[in-house]
Design a binder for this molecule. Sequence first.
Ligand SMILES: Nc1ncnc2c1ncn2[C@@H]1O[C@H](COP(=O)(O)OP(=O)(O)OP(=O)(O)O)[C@@H](O)[C@H]1O
Length: 329
Amino acid sequence: MTLASITNLSAHYTAGDQRFHALDDVALDVRPGQVLGVVGESGCGKSTMASVLSLNPGPSLRVTSGTLAIGGRDVDLTDTASHRALRGGTVALLPQGALNALNPTRRVGAMAHDILAAGDRRITRAESLRRTAARLEALELPPRVLRAYPHQLSGGMRQRVVTALATLRNPRLLVADEPSSALDVSSQRLLVDLLRRLVADGLVEGIVFITHDVALLSELADRIAVMYAGRVVEEAPAKDLVAAPRHPYAQALLASVLVPEPGTRGHRVTGIPGAPPDLRAPIPGCPFAPRCAHALDRCADERPPRLVIGERDDSCWRSAEAEEAAHVR
Ligand SMILES: Nc1ncnc2c1ncn2[C@@H]1O[C@H](COP(=O)(O)OP(=O)(O)OP(=O)(O)O)[C@@H](O)[C@H]1O
């Protein structure tokens, strides 16, 4: 069963006469009650994915194909004019940097009223304050927060307020774009607990959590999708992916970080040799092929198929050929 299904998502940025192919035929499923983690190196397309999924792509980004199936309807991701009505209510964004996400000149209650009024123009101020107070209480924030300006709140409280505001209209899907990157370790832990609770309490039906931090995802996510050069190269239950990644890029990524899992502590941390590809030219084969120690001849110019086996999938010619050999035998 899926809560949200993204299919065939491709998008590019235009800068002068250059195109940067930031997303290339991405497919992802978010299951109800789950957190899907999306991880990859800088520049692999994570923020672009967050902006498209939260129905808020920037002006220089052109989505050329893609559908988001959510709540029994198919949203055409290329048709940005139709997205406004769904933003905040069906899909909401938990942005990077809690401080920047809040208007320093407005009280929390006033910001909350604007958000609720965007979904229901007839809502009274008394009703929006009542609903906001209930949500603040659910997130263990004191009532005084309603009347506070952002600078009057501690860092941890601000993060909670941003989370409360992002989920005020009970979106089905919350898209979190590196919300933890500027936080210290204990604030990160609080955020992880908070997001888990949002799902457990049904305040949101599912979360896509985008980050470069695999270790954090291993604690937070139910499933993890690994992105490389605008593609999802592997997706699997978090525990399986951390314990035994299949795609060579996922293996290299996991080998380059310390993940707090039994058995992985003390492993030597290795970097990934080489650099990610230039996204200006479309890549016919596997984008990781030039850096891959296991590359076959066909990897350079034939796009690997997405192989789904049970709860996992990956897009690698070695997996595809091993699967084919197993069936021939
Ligand atoms: N406005 C833009 N114009 C041109 N290219 C862009 C623009 N924004 C992003 N890109 C390119 O698109 C690709 C994907 O960028 P994106 O920001 O989505 O990656 P990311 O994985 O979120 O990286 P980071 O972790 O550094 O934020 C990168 O190669 C980047 O250089």
